[in-house]
Each structure stands twice: as structure tokens, then as C-alpha cells.
Ligand binder design. Structure first.
Ligand SMILES: [Zn+2]
Length: 252
């Protein structure tokens, strides 16, 4: 059941049957989602977002660092069955403790977090989580919810009826956040927990040690207790999240 179709029924009345038709079942998470944008539209937004990011934060120059991230990412992509996307893995030269994925498969991993993660398994746990967001179609769902909530029915109808890419600028403007929508806005708790769960599955399939996800996020939680909270942290490591992650890892 796709909650938004009913909880926001008043808002979506104009879409009628279309909004219901836009709720699709996701095999990775076992729940249905409101999806009003297609992969082509998301990809165009993501390309633009990546250009904006690349203009601000350069990649780390050491090719060995970049090769290591790509090597850890490759089996996870294979495990995800999403080799259709043009994946790329880039360590960005900034001390931030963060990582993100764009819906075109571009993964940005900030140097601060990369250096904090000691082992390949720990780096893989972050990548599994990020790839998990894509497998679970979280970017499409988040943009669709924002559209339904903020832009209203008219733009949503245009999106549903129009061809890929044509309304990209309108989506960005309607969301009022430019193209970097996939980076700055934190995901909901539900999305974070789902990405953790899918990430653990991907780690197992890729032959990584899924227990590293728990040790990594425990270390992250310890760090955030010692430091002021990061305003833009997209991956808050709290007790509830850690408990769910442990359950997923131990449920092997
Ligand atoms: Zn996340």
C-alpha cells in the first residue's frame, strides 16, 4: 500500500486514477511507492547535480584511492542487479563525514569519511547503503512526494504525461532547491532503515563481511557523541538505527 496516495488523497484528487497507477511495488523493499518521475527525468537532474558538485569539490588526486573505491563498489553494483546505470565512484577532496548517491549511479564519498572507514568491508558498508537507496528507488519516491506536496497536481500531471527530461527545470524550480536535491536533503528515517537493510543484503551477496556495517556505525555514533552534530548529516547514527542494523546483520 502506498501511504501517500491515501493520506494525501485530497491533494491528489486531480490525479485520480493516475496517482494510484503511479504507485508501484518495489521488489527490494516489498512495499509500494508513489513514483511520478521516470528514470530519464531523474537522470537528467542527477547529471546537473553532479556538475554542480564537481565544480565545488574536486576529486582526490591519488588514482590509487579512486581505484580502491571503484574496486569495492563493483561487486556491490553487480549484487544489486543495476548494471544498467552508468555507475561511478569518486572520493571527493573534502574533510566531511558523508557520502551520497545520485539517481544516475554517481556515488560521492568524502575524503573525511573515507579515511575514517578503515577496512574495505567498512567502506563497502557505506557503499552498500548508498546503492541500497537506488535499489529501493528512494530518489524517485522522495522527488515524487515533494512534487505531490509542494508543486501540486498541475505539475504532477505534466510530469506523468510528458516525455523524459523535458520538465527537469520545472521540477528543480518547483522543489525550490536547485539540482542538488539528492545530496543536501536528508532521507527519511524509513528510507535510512531500508537502505541499511538492503545494504546488508548487498554486502553478503558481494562477499563482504556484513558485520563491518555494525562496527562502522558504532564508531560513527561514538564520534558524533564526541563532536557537535553535523547539520547536514544524511546518516545519523542513533541507537534505534544501530539496533535495526544489528538485527539485519544477525538475521543471516
Ligand atoms: Zn542514507
Amino acid at each position: 500500500m502506498c501511504g501517500v496516495c491515501f493520506s494525501r488523497r485530497g491533494l491528489l484528487t486531480g490525479l485520480g486514477a493516475l496517482s494510484l497507477a503511479a504507485c508501484t511495488e518495489n521488489a527490494a523493499t516489498g512495499r509500494s511507492q508513489l513514483v511520478l518521475v521516470d528514470d530519464g527525468q531523474l537522470s537528467a537532474m542527477a547529471d546537473q547535480a553532479w556538475r554542480e558538485i564537481a565544480a565545488k569539490v574536486p576529486p582526490v588526486r591519488d588514482p590509487a584511492v579512486q581505484a580502491r573505491l571503484a574496486r569495492i563498489g563493483a561487486p556491490l553494483v553487480k549484487a544489486a542487479g543495476r548494471e544498467d546505470l552508468p555507475w561511478s565512484f569518486t572520493v571527493l577532496d573534502s574533510p566531511e563525514f558523508n557520502a551520497f548517491v545520485l539517481p544516475n549511479g554517481r556515488v560521492g564519498f568524502f575524503r573525511g569519511l573515507f579515511e575514517f572507514a578503515g577496512s574495505d568491508d567498512e567502506i563497502g558498508s557505506v557503499l552498500g547503503h548508498e546503492i541500497g537507496h537506488i535499489v529501493a528507488r528512494h530518489p524517485a519516491e522522495r522527488v515524487s512526494h515533494e512534487l505531490a506536496a509542494q508543486a501540486g497536481v498541475a505539475i504532477a500531471q505534466m510530469l506523468v504525461s510528458d516525455s523524459a527530461g523535458e520538465w527537469t527545470d520545472e521540477i528543480g524550480a518547483a522543489l525550490g532547491m536547485g539540482a542538488v536535491f539528492g545530496v543536501i536533503l536528508p532521507y527519511s528515517r524509513k528510507h535510512e532503515l531500508e537502505a541499511d537493510r538492503v545494504g546488508v543484503e548487498l554486502m553478503r551477496k558481494a562477499g563482504l563481511d556484513a558485520r563491518a556495517a555494525v562496527t562502522f556505525w558504532e564508531r560513527m555514533a561514538g564520534r558524533s557523541q564526541a563532536q557537535p552534530p553535523e547539520v547536514l548529516s544524511t546518516h545519523p547514527a542513533d541507537d534505534r538505527r544501530l539496533a535495526a542494523l544489528k538485527a539485519a546483520v544477525e538475521g543471516a
